[in-house]
Ligand binder design. Structure first.
Ligand code: PDD
Length: 288
């Protein structure tokens, strides 16, 4: 890969010169939040949504807002420009900063500034992913994450383990189950379609409030499709007509198999395909 230009605390640097302290609380305690914003046609998809969720994540953790917050749109755009990203992603992470020693107590925000890091991931042709035509296979696993999944923290160990469990089982991803019902995918929101109705778990502390989810549900309702926000079980999903996931990096991605059971006829469904088209069209139009 060519050397990227990344952003660290106000500076644009070659990726191999960018440094963060070993005392950074993101590194020591996963005391940090992040966002992933997709880029299509060199423009940012739903930046305002990601920015609003970022502010909420910071507020929920009583993390000070970094000085750079107001200029984040500019920083995103500058990284797209410097790295010549046509299609891809921007990863942003803000941590509670690097005090001069390890301590469970939060550092004084007057003396410890948040750490702000952004970098690009180049994914040419990201919207034409072959998986969107074949669909993906998921397995179900227990949801063993903490209780504030509505905050987009960098504690991604369990989701990483979930992806490895999926891989070991010959699947592409995992849906997490708690109290007999699906919460969400390891890095995406989960949906089923039955009799034309789109069903996805209601919002709460148990799932991340996906920015793609909000947009897709809005477009579905505008297109007069029926939407139900409620929990569903793996058994209900296996008996559904269709299943799919959404996230900033996969957009709308059909799911064709759950725990080895084919969904519908085992090929991507028409509702998911239609939602993917609408989502990509509308998001490109509104991209900044
Ligand atoms: N993941 N649920 C979880 C647990 C997620 O990690 C994500 C996003 C989503 C979808 O949110 P959005 O539509 O705002 O991307 C739902 C990102 C893409 C990631 O970790 O790479």
């Amino acid at each position: 890969m060519t050397m990227r230009t990344v952003y660290v605390n106000g500076d644009y640097l070659p990726e191999n010169e960018a440094k963060v302290s070993i005392f950074d609380r993101g590194f020591l305690m996963a005391d940090g939040v992040y966002e992933v914003t997709s880029v299509l046609g060199a423009k940012l998809i739903d930046f305002d949504g990601h920015f609003a969720r970022l502010q909420r994540s910071l507020d929920e953790l009583e993390m000070p807002h970094p000085a750079a917050l107001d200029s984040l749109l500019e920083v995103h755009r500058e990284l797209v420009r410097l790295n010549e990203i046509e299609d891809g992603m921007i990863y942003l992470q803000i941590t509670r900063g690097a005090p001069d020693d390890r301590d469970f107590a939060f550092p004084d925000p007057g003396t410890t500034a948040p750490t702000v890091v952004l970098f690009t991931q180049n994914k040419p042709g990201m919207a034409d992913s072959p998986a969107a035509k074949t669909g993906i296979k998921v397995i179900s696993i227990a949801d063993q994450r903490w209780g504030r999944r509505d905050i987009k923290t960098v504690q991604l160990l369990y989701p990483s383990m979930g992806k490895m469990m999926a891989k070991a089982a010959g699947a592409d991803d995992a849906w997490m189950v708690e109290d007999g019902v699906v919460t969400e995918g390891t890095s995406n929101n989960a949906y089923i379609v039955k009799g034309g109705t789109i069903i996805t778990r209601h919002l709460g502390n148990e799932i991340l409030h996906g920015i793609t989810r909000a947009a897709v549900l809005r477009f579905a309702r505008e297109a007069q499709m029926k939407v139900e926000e409620r929990a569903f079980s793996i058994a209900e999903a296996q008996g559904a007509d269709e299943a799919f996931i959404t996230s900033a990096s996969t957009f709308v991605m059909p799911v064709v198999e759950i725990d080895g059971t084919k969904i519908g006829s085992g090929v991507p469904g028409t509702v998911a395909a239609r939602l993917r088209d609408i989502y990509l069209d509308e998001s490109r139009k509104a991209a900044q």
